[in-house]
Design a protein around this ligand. Structure first.
Ligand code: HEC
Length: 125
């Protein structure tokens, strides 16, 4: 009966979701599709919460992955694996209507025009 107790505990503690996909009690990832590929590749460096609280289109997720590959030592994926990861993320963590878009990596942003002036080259020209 220990198992039944655990199942009941999970039922009580798992938040009710509109789409009713069960959550992995360890990572909080939606347990559907290729979620285990994401589990295996995406939580070595940070909590899965960083993923589950994030939203984005396929293109935005791809940008985040490229940013981590460029700046955070995230390894390269084969095209098949990358496609599975992106499909899972874009399908289950798409942009929310009521939320701001996903953050744009800082290095893709233009310079801040309101930043205090830096050194002016006086011999410019
Ligand atoms: C090699 C280490 C590493 C792996 C593996 C990794 N990440 Fe990251 N990721 C990072 C680092 C470092 C940050 C920045 C954390 C911070 O700002 O505290 C980050 C940040 C993020 C963010 C937040 C981005 C933002 O704009 O706030 C998301 C979402 C994310 N990762 C998703 C993923 C996904 C999805 C995968 C799997 C495809 C993955 N990560 C695998 C290192 C990694």
């Amino acid at each position: 009966m220990k198992k039944l107790g655990l199942v009941l505990l999970l039922l009580v503690t798992t938040p009710v979701l509109a789409d009713e996909i069960p959550l992995d009690p360890f990572s909080g990832l939606k347990m559907t599709g290729d979620w285990q590929i994401v589990l295996g590749n995406c939580i070595a460096c940070h909590s899965a919460k960083l993923i589950t609280q994030q939203r984005g289109t396929r293109e935005q997720w791809l940008q985040m992955i490229r940013w981590m590959q460029k700046k955070q030592n995230l390894w390269q994926f084969t095209p098949e694996i990358e496609d599975k990861i992106l499909t899972y993320l874009a399908e289950h963590y798409p942009p929310r209507e009521d939320q701001r878009r996903a953050a744009i990596p800082r290095d893709l942003m233009p310079p801040n025009p309101y930043a205090p002036p830096t050194q002016e080259p006086d011999d410019a020209g």
